[in-house]
Design a binder for this molecule. Structure first.
Ligand SMILES: Nc1ncnc2c1ncn2[C@@H]1O[C@H](COP(=O)(O)OP(=O)(O)OP(=O)(O)O)[C@@H](O)[C@H]1O
Ligand SMILES: [Mg+2]
Length: 316
């Protein structure tokens, strides 16, 4: 559904006119319903890759190559047509959920405005649908949350609202840029589980950007390892773990946080596949109870796919 070929991003310093190439010709593809993890250290070009897809690269920058979404060449499409593709088919979930919501409008307005047929929908029906969206991301006290302004909600709650809004627009592709990095560990796990569950339910494709190899492995079908504006290798989490092709990937695995399996979100996610593990640090939620067993194939710390956690179970 998404095909990126030879993506080159060059930024221009507005003062000196000096050009710097940031992305050096990345290529990758994403199948319908697939989740690709973009991993790599800070500055490797993960966010810039997403920005090129969204068309929000820095001012004056040059984007070359090909970005094709369901057959449409985004770099060759301009004006209204491009604006519509980006508004309807893409949804960004960024690190800081506050950036996605207008601070002077209540949550209800954010959700209602995101509904594709908002203008045709009556107020009470729209409100009921907004409440239903919140229930789908594990929020039970919908009345309070709908009335709240962004600053009145926690980061985790707000990120759920952003996810609800993203899903309701029925985009083709979710672009998640470190969607949980700003949240505490327990909340991270819950929010990632909800994102993962909703994405699968709706069959959406996703690019999931993170520093965190374990988290990416738990959520994604394939991982792309980035360094210095280049994609070094792409493979399933198992391939990357068992047969890393570059020293960089090996180093990335060596330095990954060893919080795992105690407090790491990936451990919580895996609790779905391995009942009894990782459920004790979730402050009153039960990640393990709905176990339905994913692959469980590796026996090691990475599984692909998250299961056994529903929005209700993860509810605040
Ligand atoms: N507005 C900008 N203008 C010019 N260069 C930029 C700009 N923003 C980022 N860069 C450079 O682009 C490169 C890639 O940055 P990018 O933000 O994509 O990294 P990242 O992999 O997302 O890192 P992080 O994990 O820290 O978010 C970096 O070298 C960065 O310095
Ligand atoms: Mg980034």
């Amino acid at each position: 559904m998404l095909k990126i070929d030879g993506l080159v991003l060059t930024v221009v310093d507005p003062d000196t006119g000096l050009e710097t190439e940031i992305l050096h010709g990345s290529s990758f593809e994403l199948a319908q319903g697939e989740a690709l993890g973009l991993v790599g250290e800070s500055g490797s070009g993960k966010s810039m890759t997403l920005k090129c897809i969204l068309g929000i690269e820095p001012g004056g920058a040059r984007v070359e190559g090909r970005i094709e979404l369901d057959g449409a060449d985004l770099l060759a499409t301009g004006g209204e047509a491009l604006r519509r593709i980006r508004a309807e088919d893409l949804a960004l979930i960024a690190q800081n959920p506050h950036g996605a919501l207008n601070p002077v409008l209540p949550v209800e307005r954010f959700l209602v405005e995101g509904m594709s047929d908002a203008r045709k929908t009556g107020r009470s029906e729209a409100r009921e649908r907004a409440a239903e969206l919140l229930r789908q991301v594990g929020i039970d006290d919908t009345e309070r949350v709908l009335r709240s302004y962004p600053h009145q909600l926690s980061g985790g709650m707000l990120q759920r609202v952003v996810i609800a809004g993203a899903i309701s627009g029925e985009p083709k592709l979710l672009l998640a840029d470190e969607p949980t990095t700003a949240l505490d560990v327990t909340t991270q796990a819950e929010v990632v589980a909800i994102l993962d569950e909703k994405r699968r339910e709706h069959g959406l494709s996703m690019i999931f950007v993170t520093h965190d190899l374990d988290l990416a492995a738990a959520v994604c079908d394939r991982l792309a390892v980035m360094q210095d504006g280049e994609i070094l290798e792409i493979g399933t989490p198992e391939e990357i773990r068992d047969r890393p092709r570059t020293d960089y990937t090996r180093r990335l695995m060596a330095v990954r946080p060893m919080l795992y399996p105690e407090g790491h979100p990936a451990a919580f996610l895996e609790a779905g596949a391995e009942p009894g593990r990782g459920a004790d640090h979730t402050s009153g939620t039960s990640g393990a109870s709905g176990a339905s067993g994913t692959s469980g194939a590796s026996g090691a710390s990475w599984t692909s796919g998250v299961s056994g956690i529903s929005g209700e179970e993860a509810g605040a």
